[in-house]
Design a protein around this ligand. Sequence first.
Ligand code: GLT
Ligand code: MN
Ligand code: MN
Length: 391
Amino acid sequence: MDPYSPRPEDRFTFGLWTVGNPGRDPFGPRTRPVLSPESLVEGLARCGAWGVNLHDNDLVPFGSTAAERDRIVASFKQALAAHGLVVPMATTNLFSHPAFKDGAFTANDPEVRAFALAKTLDAIDLGVELGAKTYVFWGGREGVEAEACRDPREAVKRMREAVDFLCAYVVEQGYDLRFALEAKPNEPRGDIYLATTGHMLHFISTLEHEQMVGVNPEVAHETMAGLSFVHGVAQAMEAGKLFHIDLNAQRIGRYDQDLRFGSEDLKQAFCLVRLLEGTLGGERYSGPRHFDAHAYRTEDSDGVWDFAAGCMRTYKLLAARAEAFDADPEVRAIIEDQADSAIDPLLSNFTPAKAAQLRALDLDVDALGERALRYERLDQLMVEHLMGARE
Ligand code: GLT
Ligand code: MN
Ligand code: MN
C-alpha cells in the first residue's frame, strides 16, 4: 500500500466551494462545469478525503423554500452516507448577497446586521443537522474602503455582540459546536477588521463564551499579510485555540491565491506540517486537515481531482519528511534543549531574591556573542531532507 495515499485517520477535508470552484475570477467566467454537491461528495470519496465542509448556500441556494431546503439536505445526506463522508465543519455565506456589500455583523445598517444574525442561526442549525462540530466565521466583507464610514472601535464591538449572541444560541440549544474565527487582512475589502490570527486571539479573550471560541488560520491569509503562518498557528496551539485550519499555498504580495497545498514555499509548508504533526515535540494537532484551496483555472474536472489528490499527498510526504528530520541525530544535536539547573529556575516566577541572583550571575557575555549556533548547518539539513538527499 502506498504510504502517501490518504486514509480516513488523516482527517483530510475539502469545502464544497473548493473542489466545486468552476474557475471564475474577477476577470472572467467559469472554465469548467459546475458540479452538484452529490457529485462532489462522490469525487472526494473517490480520491480519499474523509470529510466535506460547506457554507449554507453551497448546498441550499439562497432563497430556497423550507420544502426545497429539506429535499436538498435529504439528498445530500444520502450521498454522504453512500460514500462514507462526514461534515466536520460548516459556515455561513455572509459575503455573496449584495445586502452584505458593507459587511454583515459590522454593517452600519441594523437591518443588515439582523439579517446576518438570522441567516447564521439557520446555517448553524443546518451545520449541526449534518453533524458539524466546528463552525467557522470568516468576515468576508467586514471591512472598509472608505475608512470614515464608521468608528473602527464600533466594528469590533458589533463583532463581539454578534459572536456573543451566537455562542449563547449554541449553548441554549445544547449543540456540541465550537466556533473558529478566520482572519484575513484584505480582499474583497480594502481592509478587513481583525486582520490576523493574532488580532483574533486577543478578540476571543474579550468574549462572553471565550472557551467555546478558537481560530481557523489560513496559510494564504497570514502570508498575504507578510507574516509567518507557522508562528501564528503556534501561538494559537500554545493558547489551546487551534480549533480548525485552512491549508493552501500563497506567495507574499499576491492576491488571495488559495493554491494547492505545498505548491509554494515548501519550507514553510514543511515547518507547518512538522508543527501540526508534533514531530518536533509538543502536542499534535488533532482536528481536521482542511484544504481551503482550488485548482488552477487552466483545469477541467479531472484537473480538480489531480489538485485534491496533490494537496493530500504533499501533506503526507511532508509529514514523513518531518518525522525523518526530527529523528536525525545531527538535527537533534543542534537543537537539543540546553538545560541549566542553576539558571533555569531563576528565569520564571519572579521573586526579589531571584532578581538579585540574576544580577549577580558571572556571565561571560563576550563568549556568548562568539558562540556558534550552527543554524546554517541546521537549515541545510532541512533542505537536504526536503529534497530527498537524506533519509
Ligand atoms: C472563502 C474564503 C475562505 C473562507 C471560506 C469560509 S469562504 O473561500 O476565501 O478563506 O475560509 O467562509
Ligand atoms: Mn479560508
Ligand atoms: Mn483564502
